[in-house]
Design a protein around this ligand. Structure first.
Ligand SMILES: O=C(O)CCC(=O)C(=O)O
Length: 283
């Protein structure tokens, strides 16, 4: 029998949201691991957005948060509240706040009239008993909202190594308003440009609270052991698909892109208000 927690997946289309209004409460109680909403965003919009993101004018704003990590050097537009090779303790507060101030400008530049953030809020609400979802508020109301999502480019031969996302210990979370569940963390992303070869999201049964995870001497998770011994699920995601999963609990990775085109995604994290009234999302 495989090790770790079993993985369960729900797949639906936008028109079936109402039948799955308990999907995210079921992620809270661990009875559901992942949800894919197929074709949640128009393919033509995704194609245009990826062209704009890859345009010369934006090149100087892209960062390489895992620079120095062989095979892991993805490119991003916008900060993320997560440890990276260049910021092991997560982003500096002022850098994150600066990034959040660009949210609307970037969204307009890359998606035009279409509000991706509003559509994400609608999907999250649909999967959570129609309770509203909104970008995460800062503790200090003058700072406005956290960055709702960031833009991620995985060039050929790069991957995202095995990890989980339970990162509330990072100093950046001191800036989050009170009243949110910091024992649960979900990841979501929209596939902008799919990988036809490699670039697969793989979710494993290994739990973030496992006291004895299989580790290599270099302190990376032993992915070979994950592949051989644990529950696992490979996801086949296409441009326009929306995915949300329990990334605070389940170790996961993105396999190396093995084609000429980059794999492009737009995504962030999400959690629940402690009074269950709404959800928040952020990058
Ligand atoms: O493919 C992506 O955008 C990120 C995958 C991942 O590691 C996550 O969503 O936590």
């Amino acid at each position: 029998m495989p090790k770790g927690s079993p993985i369960s997946l729900i797949e639906l289309t936008l028109s079936e949201l109402a039948q799955h209004h308990n999907a995210l409460p079921n992620m809270l109680d661990e009875s559901c691991t992942a949800v894919i909403v197929r074709e949640a965003f128009p393919k033509s919009l995704m194609q245009k957005a990826c062209e704009r993101l890859s345009a010369k004018e934006l090149e100087s704003q892209l960062t390489s948060p895992n620079q120095g990590m062989p095979g892991g050097e993805l490119l991003t537009l916008g900060a993320a509240a997560t440890p990276t090779m260049t910021a092991l303790n997560g982003p500096k507060n002022e850098i994150y706040i600066e990034s959040a101030q660009h949210a609307q400008e970037w969204e307009n530049l890359i998606f035009g009239e279409f509000s991706v953030s509003a559509q994400v809020a609608k999907i999250l609400a649909g999967l959570n008993q129609n309770k509203p979802a909104q970008p995460a508020p800062f503790q200090d109301p003058h700072l406005g909202q956290w960055l709702p999502f960031n833009y991620r480019i995985l060039p050929p031969n790069t991957q995202i190594y095995s990890h989980h996302d339970m990162h509330y210990r990072l100093p950046i979370y001191d800036l989050l308003a009170d009243g949110y569940n910091q024992k649960k963390l979900l990841s979501w992303f929209i596939t902008g440009q799919e990988a036809l070869s490699g670039g697969e999201l793989i979710i494993y049964g290994l739990r973030s609270d496992d006291p004895h995870p299989p580790m290599l001497a270099n302190r990376f998770v032993d992915t070979e052991a994950l592949e051989k011994e644990y529950y696992k699920l490979n996801l086949d995601l296409k441009a326009g698909d929306f995915l949300i999963f329990n990334s605070g609990l389940h170790v996961h990775r993105v396999s190396a892109v093995q084609q000429k085109q980059s794999r492009i995604t737009f995504g962030g994290f999400a959690t629940f208000a402690l009074d269950q009234s709404h959800m928040i999302y952020w990058s």
